[in-house]
Design a protein around this ligand. Sequence first.
Ligand SMILES: Cc1cc2nc3c(=O)[nH]c(=O)nc-3n(C[C@H](O)[C@H](O)[C@H](O)COP(=O)(O)OP(=O)(O)OC[C@H]3O[C@@H](n4cnc5c(N)ncnc54)[C@H](O)[C@@H]3O)c2cc1C
Length: 416
Amino acid sequence: MTRTADIVVIGAGIAGVSAAYHLTVRHDAGSVVLVDPRPPLTLTSDKSTECYRNWWPDQPMVDLMNRSIDIFEELATETDFGLNRNGYLFVTAREETRAAMARQVEDVERLGARAELLDAHDLRSRYGFVTEDAVGGVRVERAGWFRAQDLGQWMLERARERGTSLLTASVVGIEGDTVTLSDGSTISAHAIVIAAGPLSAEVAAMTGLELPLFSELHLKVAFKDHLGVIPREAPMTIWSDTQTIDWTDEERAGLEAMGRDELLGEMPIYCHFRPEGGTESPYFVALWEYHGRVLEPSWPLPDDPLYPEVVMRGLITMVPELEKYRDRLPESFVDGGYYTKTRENRPLVGPTSVHGVHLLAGLSGFGVMVSAGAADLLSRHLVGAEVPDYSNGFLLGRYDDPDYVANLETAVSGQL
Ligand SMILES: Cc1cc2nc3c(=O)[nH]c(=O)nc-3n(C[C@H](O)[C@H](O)[C@H](O)COP(=O)(O)OP(=O)(O)OC[C@H]3O[C@@H](n4cnc5c(N)ncnc54)[C@H](O)[C@@H]3O)c2cc1C
């Protein structure tokens, strides 16, 4: 069977669904076919912490995130997806980190993001759950979280009303303007959008393109806070210091016997959490990326049976009252996925050197928050509308510039 369409979007994660919505509903770009072997939004996009912020150490990223958040705020007037402004709170117990935070606030404000520098007294009076060891912090203002699944389903419904069809199949080949599916059928289209998440490089290779992407494994744990330790109005709260967990001698011996020596020494920064669900919900979600594992994406994910325990121990440093769970962990559930990213942690959005082939990939750990801005940018390229100044910063073609490539080694990622 041969179909035709104006645009084929490969992948129905938040990237592909958002692309289908922006192309059909907001940019009237023609007919769209969305192809995915899995149910929409189920590979990586339902594993996200669903947080957003415009706090990034890079001008194009701040601009793109501000655009994305503008669009979310607009959409929130059309549908309720729980968009809040609860903020991100970075906390430190070190004077030198607080001083660095002050410099960061100045730098990032120059780029167009707002944040408030807090001292120990501010923290104590406003965030009483944070340890008294904390000497300061930064509260990012244009930040919070939302129900990305609800937004994704809503966008998919609107796109389908505008004629988007969803095909349950894998793309197994791309030749010129023709895409071959796993059921043997083909689709001919004017444009092909690769939005295949962790498999984007594999799909792009079918067109001869090589994408500079790699994937890190990131886990997340949901805890049932049955003792009600975490205030429901808490922001996304992030411990910005390294730390060493105070394992008992017995625990240390056990970890050594398991070959888990990496948990015994200095552990990385950014152990963090946020409340999950409404005011009545007992849950919070927490993340701490101490594995640093770059992997070829595969499923099911490699697991770490110690993850809930290690994350809880890291959180106790920041929220001492969680000590109540030290000897008896609350009910927990672990999931996760891959941050598929470029070296400098900017996404790939827009046309490529292969005629008709466009990218919406490399969304790393910010794919939910960037989805609206990136799909809007992609759509502008596709319909030939005016693109913003920052658009060049997201093209694959940026790597053709030797100066850009030379600066990659010193690029800061801004990733939690
Ligand atoms: C633990 C964790 C926490 C996170 N927290 C946040 C956060 O707080 N805020 C935030 O903004 N982001 C966060 N992220 C990142 C965010 O979840 C991802 O960036 C985003 O979900 C990526 O969306 P995607 O559509 O590109 O990929 P995916 O959701 O993986 O979708 C890709 C789709 O492409 C399909 N596909 C692949 N190959 C083919 C093929 N050959 N043919 C057809 N279809 C194909 C797949 O089946 C899949 O459905 C987090 C991620 C993780 C893992």
